[in-house]
Write a protein that binds this ligand. Structure first.
Ligand SMILES: Nc1nc2c(ncn2[C@@H]2O[C@H](COP(=O)(O)OP(=O)(O)OP(=O)(O)O)[C@@H](O)[C@H]2O)c(=O)[nH]1
Ligand SMILES: [Mg+2]
Length: 409
């Protein structure tokens, strides 16, 4: 998603003089403007998508300087939370011409002041003489930002930031510096009518992307055989044991397809009823689920596979409506456990064939209800793995990220 960020303007410097009895004008006493706030991104584990991110963030402006030597207060920074896994890249844009009433204001016009302004305005030496020349030809009263500040953000390096750990922080748009009050100009003048205005904050257009954790996410109740499945189909060796919650963190494996293409597979900890209310390690799991493009539902054929599917779908949908509509395939695991598995497979097939899962989804007129294939297999004995490969590869190929995004909306 595209986001514009802008640092707050610096406060303007002030022109003021001390009022003293018997003197029409005391010494200059205009305070400086405060610094504008910066926009700062911080990574958080509490968010799992970029939904809720606004399209524009403007940090507050610094306070203007005031008389009696009062300097303006610096503005607070604007802290914006982004989910862990966010990658921020800057989109370069054309220089912007500022409004006429902005920029450095010159009231006295001596050469020195011009140089000062030009130096400030131009980072690059080459353009300095040009600008000075233009400044000299102009009536100082008309000097405008346009002349002084070619508003091109100095074309620095394109920003590319990775937010991989919770708490990681980057400034994405600096606040503008505050202007100087006329106290600053008293070395050259007794009663300076000069000040400078606050600088605009940095402005950037950013592209925010959330890295997917994996192409394929394995989703199932505890003990369904997800880790065994990952080990059977990928290069991974995820821990397998005969008790629930063996896997507590997502574990990644890579499938290398016959054409050398690769897909990443995440073994996600088991979901339980109530996960969406954070039962078990609910939200931790669901967050990872959300970052997989394609789902493989893994159910134990010998242990009420239809009930398991209902639980999984309900949990996904209650956590985030539409989530269960991602492209998916159903693995009926433990097919070797006869005779229970045979009956379980029959029930599961029946349930899938009638597309009853649709009622657990958030309604979406636009997206047709796909037919979910079921692949019976045994992860433990690596039986029928080939059939899963064929079905899964097809699913991965048709699930491009753009399509998914459209579907989620
Ligand atoms: N008979 C049989 N047992 C299996 C099969 N696949 C897995 N198991 C067994 O089921 C138990 C759980 O397997 P895991 O792969 O650890 O299951 P999991 O879904 O990763 O479990 P959690 O990480 O606890 O959620 C282990 O004892 C496995 O050996 C299978 O195809 N057939
Ligand atoms: Mg496991």
């Amino acid at each position: 998603m595209r986001v514009q960020v802008e640092g707050g303007r610096g406060g303007d410097g002030c022109i003021a003089f001390l009022r003293e009895a018997g003197r029409p004008k005391g010494p200059p006493a205009g305070g400086h403007g405060g610094r504008g706030g910066s926009v700062i991104f911080v990574a958080t584990g509490d968010m799992s998508t970029l939904r809720g991110t606004r399209s524009k963030y403007l940090a507050p402006a610094g306070q203007h300087g005031q008389g009696k030597m009062m300097h303006g207060r610096n503005a607070e920074d604007l802290i914006v939370k982004v989910p862990v896994g966010t990658v921020v890249t800057e989109i370069m844009h054309e220089p912007v011409v500022e409004d006429e009433d902005e920029g450095v204001e010159l009231i006295d016009s001596d050469e020195k002041q011009l140089r000062f302004a030009a130096d400030e305005a131009v980072g690059r030496q080459g353009e300095r003489e040009d600008i000075l020349e233009r400044l000299r030809r102009k009536n100082p009263d008309e000097l405008l930002t346009r002349d002084l500040l070619p508003q091109a953000m100095p074309v620095t390096d394109r920003l590319v930031l990775h937010f991989d750990e919770p708490g990681q922080t980057h400034v994405v748009a600096l606040g503008g510096t505050g202007g100087s009050g006329n106290v600053s100009f008293s070395s050259t003048h007794k009663s300076p009518k000069q000040r400078s205005l606050g600088r605009p904050g940095q402005f950037r257009t950013l592209q925010l992307e959330l890295k997917t954790i994996a192409d394929i996410g394995l989703i199932g109740l505890p003990n369904a055989g997800k880790s065994s499945l990952l080990n059977a189909i990928s290069n991974a060796s995820s821990r397998v044991a005969d008790y629930p919650f063996t896997t507590l963190n997502p574990f990644l494996g890579t499938i290398t397809w016959p054409d050398a293409a690769r897909s990443t597979v995440a073994d996600i900890p088991g979901l339980v009823r109530g996960a969406h209310r954070n039962v078990g390690l609910g939200h931790d799991f669901l967050r990872h689920v959300e970052r997989s493009r394609v789902f493989v539902f893994v159910v134990d054929l010998a242990d009420k596979p239809v009930d398991a599917m209902v639980t999984l779908l309900q949990e996904l949908e209650e956590y985030r409506p539409g989530l269960a509509r991602r492209p998916a395939i159903v693995v009926g695991n433990k097919a070797d456990v006869v005779p229970h598995a045979v009956q379980g497979l029959e029930e599961l097939r029946q349930w899938l064939a009638t597309k009853q899962y649709e009622k657990y989804w958030a309604p979406n007129e636009a997206a047709p209800v796909p037919l979910w294939n079921v692949v019976p297999m045994s992860a433990k004995y690596k039986a029928n793995v080939h059939s899963l490969f064929v079905n899964l590869r097809h699913l991965v190929d048709i699930s491009q990220p753009q399509l998914l995004q459209a579907q989620d909306e």
